[in-house]
Design a protein around this ligand. Structure first.
Ligand code: SF4
Ligand code: SF4
Length: 715
C-alpha cells in the first residue's frame, strides 16, 4: 500500500492531557489503544477502512504495545478472531462495512454471541445507509436484535465516540456479550478533537503471553446442549446486566429543554442532523442549547425501559427520529410505554419517511408536522422560510440548466486496466451475441454504467460465478461471470470456482487481476505483487505479476486457463471468443491482468518526481486525436468511456459535430490506440512521448524532425 499514514500514526501515540485532532474513525482507532485492546482485525470497506489501514501501517508501534493486528481475508474471518475473547480476558476489536460485511460474518457472530465473551469484544461497523450508500440498504440493527448483541450508535462528536468505545468494552465484559458500534459515513469523517489518554498496553498480548490454554469448559462452546442454556442467559442474565450498566454509566444522554410538553428521542448518530434541523426552525442554538427536551440514544439496543418511561412520562407527545426500516426502536419504545401504561402519544415513522437517509431537510419536515400537532404555539416559520429558500435554489439551478442535474455516479479511473476488458467484450458481443453477465462487487461493477451498460445481476462480493449457476443450463450460450481478485479471495474461490468444478459447470469467468482490493483504497491481497516486485517495476507499466491466482486455479483442477494483459484488446478479444465458442467442456477462466492504475500512479509519481528532481530523463506517454482526421462520430468514446477521452469544438468550420479530444489527464495507458485498432476505427489517434530532461540524442532527433518538417512546410 503506497498511501502513507505517518501523521495519523503519530496521533495514535498521544498521551494523557494532549489534544487529538482528526476525524471520527481515527479517534476510534486511538480509543481502542486507550482501552488496552489485545488484538484488532477486519476487512476493508467504506467508511471504516481507515481504521485497519492505519493500524496495519503502524505495525512497529503495535508491536511495541503488543497489539496483534490482522488484515483478514473476509469479515467472517475477522468475526471469528473474536473467539479469542470467549475464554480469555483479552479485549478485541474487529471492523468492516455493514450490512454486507455483517451478513458475511453472521455465522461467526451467532456462535460468538451464543457462547458469550469474557474479554470485551467490540465490532466497529461502517453503517453505509443513506443516499451515499454503496451497498444495499439494510440496517445493522436487525443483526444486533437477532443475535442479542448490543448496538452503540454514538453522537458524532469525537469525545462521545471515544467515550463509547471505552465504555463499549466495559459493557461487553459486564454483560458477557459482544458489542457492535455503528458509525455512519458522517460520524467516521466528522472532524473534531478530544483530550487523549495514555494508551494501555494489554495485559495479555504478544509481549505478555498466556501461561497455558484455557481449561476445557463445555458450557463455553456454542454447541448443544450448551446452546440451550446460552439462549436463556441472553435474556435472563446478560440483558439485565447490560441495562444496569447502561443506566448506571448514563450512556444515553438527556438534554433538557423548556418545552416540557413534548420530547424527541433520537439515535445518537443522527443527533447532529436533528440539532441542525432544530436550529433551522429557530428552536436550537449553535452551542447545543435546545427548547425541546431530547433523549439521545448512544445505545440503541438494548433500550433501558426506565429511561424511556422517565423521559416520556408527563409529556403529551414524543417523536422518535430513527433512520431506516423497519422502525425497530419505535416499536421497542411503544411496547415499553404500553407495558408501563404511560399514555404519552408516540410518533415516528408516521411523520418521517420510512426509508432513506434522514438528512436535515427530511428531519425538519417531520419536526414541522409533529410540532404543528403537539406544540402549535411554537413559531417554526424560520424553518418554512429555509425550506422555501432550498426549493428556490433548486428551481433556479434547474432553470439555469434547462433540465435536472445529471447524475454523476463514480466510474473507472483514467487509464483503469479493467475498462479495456469491457471494450473487448463489447466488440466480441458483436460477433457471438450477448451472453448473460453476472457481475460482482468491485471497481469492475462500474461497467454496469454507460458506456458499457453490462450485467444482469449482482448478488454479493465474490458471488458472480455462483450466481450464474442457475441460468447456465437454460442459456443458448455460456454465461459470463466477472469478479475481481479481491472478490476471488473473499468468496469467489469457494462459492464460485469450487462449486462450478464440483458440478461440472460450463461457464466463462473473467478475474480482474489488478493486484489489490482497489475499490476500498488498494489494500493488499494474497496475490498482490511483492514489495520487491514493486520496487523493481520503476518506470514499467505494471509491477511484476504474481501467479498465486493461476496456481490456485490449476491446483483446483481448472483446465482452460488464460492470462491476458488487459490493455491488449485484440488478444483479450481472442481469448473471450475462444472461451465462448470452444467445444471444450468445463469452466473457462480468463485472468485479466493489469495493475490498478490508481496504485500504479501512487507508485510512479514519487519515483518520477525524484528522477526530475535529480535532473534525470523522464519519458511520459500520452495519446491524442488528430482533429483533421476525426470524423466526429465518437465511436471511440462509446467503446472506451475513459474520462480523458472527451470532445471539443472542431476548428474546421465545415465540421458541425465536435471532434474527439484527449485531455491532459491522459496517463498514456494505450487503450485509445488499441481500441481504434481492434475496432478498425478511424486512424485519428496518435501516440506522443513527452521527454523531460532530454539527453543529447533526444535533442538531435528533435532537431532533425523539426528541420525535415520545416522543409515540407510552405514558405
Ligand atoms: S481504483 Fe484501480 S481498478 Fe479501480 S477504477 Fe481505479 S484504476 Fe481501476
Ligand atoms: S490512452 Fe486513452 S484510455 Fe488511456 S488514459 Fe489516455 S485517453 Fe484514457
Amino acid at each position: 500500500m503506497e498511501r502513507q499514514f505517518t501523521q495519523e500514526i503519530e496521533s495514535l501515540k498521544l498521551g494523557t492531557g494532549e489534544t487529538f485532532h482528526g476525524e471520527g474513525i481515527l479517534a476510534v482507532t486511538k480509543a481502542l489503544l486507550q482501552s488496552g485492546v489485545s488484538y484488532v482485525g477486519g476487512y476493508q470497506g467504506a467508511p471504516v477502512s481507515h481504521l485497519l489501514d492505519v493500524m496495519v501501517q503502524a505495525k512497529d508501534y503495535m508491536n511495541e504495545l503488543g497489539v496483534h493486528v490482522e488484515a483478514c481475508t473476509s469479515e467472517a474471518s475477522a468475526a471469528a478472531m473474536l473467539g479469542a475473547s470467549i475464554m480469555y480476558p483479552m479485549r478485541g476489536a474487529v471492523t468492516w462495512k455493514s450490512i454486507v460485511g455483517t451478513n458475511v460474518a453472521a455465522d461467526a457472530l451467532s456462535n460468538l454471541s451464543s457462547a458469550g465473551v469474557m474479554g470485551g469484544a467490540l465490532i466497529v461497523l461502517g453503517e453505509d445507509y443513506g443516499e451515499g450508500a454503496s451497498v444495499i440498504l439494510e440496517r445493522s440493527h436487525a443483526m444486533a436484535l437477532k443475535s442479542s448483541m448490543w448496538l452503540l450508535d454514538p453522537r458524532p462528536n469525537l469525545a462521545t465516540i471515544v467515550h463509547m468505545v471505552e465504555r463499549g468494552f466495559e459493557l461487553s465484559e459486564a454483560s458477557n456479550t459482544p458489542v457492535m458500534m455503528e458509525l455512519r459515513i458522517r460520524a467516521c469523517h466528522v472532524q473534531g478533537s478530544f483530550t487523549a489518554r495514555d494508551n494501555r498496553a494489554p495485559a495479555v498480548s504478544t509481549r505478555h503471553l498466556l501461561d497455558k490454554p484455557a481449561d476445557f469448559r463445555y458450557d463455553h462452546l456454542a454447541h448443544p446442549p450448551a446452546i440451550f442454556r446460552q439462549e436463556k442467559l441472553k435474556s435472563d442474565v446478560r440483558m439485565p446486566a447490560a441495562r444496569e450498566f447502561i443506566a448506571r454509566h448514563k450512556l444515553n444522554e438527556t438534554f433538557a429543554g423548556g418545552e416540557t410538553g413534548v420530547g424527541l428521542i433520537v439515535q445518537g448518530g443522527l443527533y447532529n442532523n436533528l440539532m441542525r434541523a432544530l436550529q433551522m426552525l429557530g428552536l436550537a442554538d449553535n452551542f447545543g442549547g435546545c427548547r425541546i427536551p431530547i433523549l439521545a440514544l448512544n445505545v440503541v439496543y438494548p433500550l433501558v425501559p426506565q429511561e424511556i418511561t422517565a423521559f416520556c412520562a408527563g409529556k403529551a407527545a414524543v417523536l422518535v427520529v430513527e433512520e431506516g426500516q423497519p422502525e425497530f426502536i419505535e416499536q421497542d419504545i411503544a411496547t415499553t410505554l404500553r407495558r408501563a401504561d404511560v399514555q404519552t402519544k408516540l410518533h415516528g415513522k408516521d411523520m418521517l419517511q420510512m426509508a432513506g437517509e434522514y438528512t436535515t431537510e427530511v428531519i425538519l419536515r417531520g419536526l414541522v408536522g409533529f410540532l404543528a400537532r403537539h406544540a402549535a404555539h411554537l413559531d417554526t416559520s424560520a424553518g418554512a422560510l429555509w425550506m422555501e429558500q432550498v426549493e428556490a435554489t433548486r428551481a433556479s439551478a434547474a432553470e439555469l440548466l434547462g433540465a435536472p442535474l445529471p447524475a454523476r455516479p463514480p466510474g473507472f479511473c483514467i487509464g483503469c486496466p479493467e475498462r479495456p476488458v469491457f471494450s473487448a467484450l463489447k466488440l466480441v458481443e458483436r460477433e457471438i451475441g450477448r451472453p448473460h453477465v453476472s457481475t460482482d462487487i468491485g471497481c469492475h461493477s462500474f461497467a454496469t454504467l454507460e458506456p458499457f451498460s453490462l450485467g444482469n445481476s449482482i448478488l454479493g462480493y465474490g458471488m458472480s460465478l455462483a450466481s450464474s449457476a442457475g441460468v447456465s443450463p437454460v442459456m443458448p450460450r455460456r454465461p459470463l461471470a466477472i469478479m475481481g481478485d479481491g472478490g476471488f479471495w473473499h468468496n469467489g474461490l469457494l462459492s464460485g470456482v469450487a462449486s462450478n468444478l464440483l458440478n461440472q459447470g460450463d461457464a466463462v469467468l473473467v478475474i480482474m487481476k489488478n493486484g489489490y482490493a482497489s475499490a476500498t483504497g488498494t489494500q493488499e491481497l494474497l496475490s498482490s505483487p511483492s514489495e520487491t516486485a514493486r520496487r523493481e517495476a520503476v518506470g514499467q507499466s505494471s509491477a511484476h505479476a504474481d501467479k498465486t491466482i493461476e496456481n490456485t486455479l490449476q491446483g483446483l483442477g481448472v483446465k482452460w486457463l488464460r492470462t491476458v494483459h488487459t490493455y491488449r484488446i485484440a488478444e483479450m478479444m481472442g481469448s473471450l471468443r475462444e472461451a465462448f465458442t470452444t467445444p471444450e467442456a468445463g469452466l473457462k477462466v480468463i485472468v485479466a491482468e493489469g495493475e490498478c492504475q490508481l496504485e500504479r500512479q501512487r507508485r510512479l509519481r514519487p519515483q518520477v518526481a525524484d528522477l526530475l528532481r535529480r535532473g534525470k530523463r523522464v519519458v511520459r506517454t500520452r495519446f491524442g486525436v488528430d482533429e483533421d482526421t476525426c470524423s466526429g462520430d465518437h465511436s471511440c468514446i462509446r467503446l472506451s468511456g475513459c474520462p480523458s477521452l472527451t470532445v471539443k469544438p472542431s476548428s474546421d468550420p465545415l465540421k458541425v459535430d465536435p471532434v474527439a479530444h484527449v485531455n491532459n489527464n491522459c496517463v498514456g495507458c494505450g487503450v485509445c490506440g488499441e481500441v481504434a485498432h481492434a475496432a478498425i476505427l478511424c486512424p485519428s489517434f496518435f501516440r506522443a512521448e513527452i521527454v523531460q530532461n532530454p539527453n543529447l540524442f533526444d535533442r538531435l532527433v528533435a532537431w532533425l524532425r523539426s528541420t525535415v518538417i520545416g522543409w515540407m512546410q510552405p514558405a
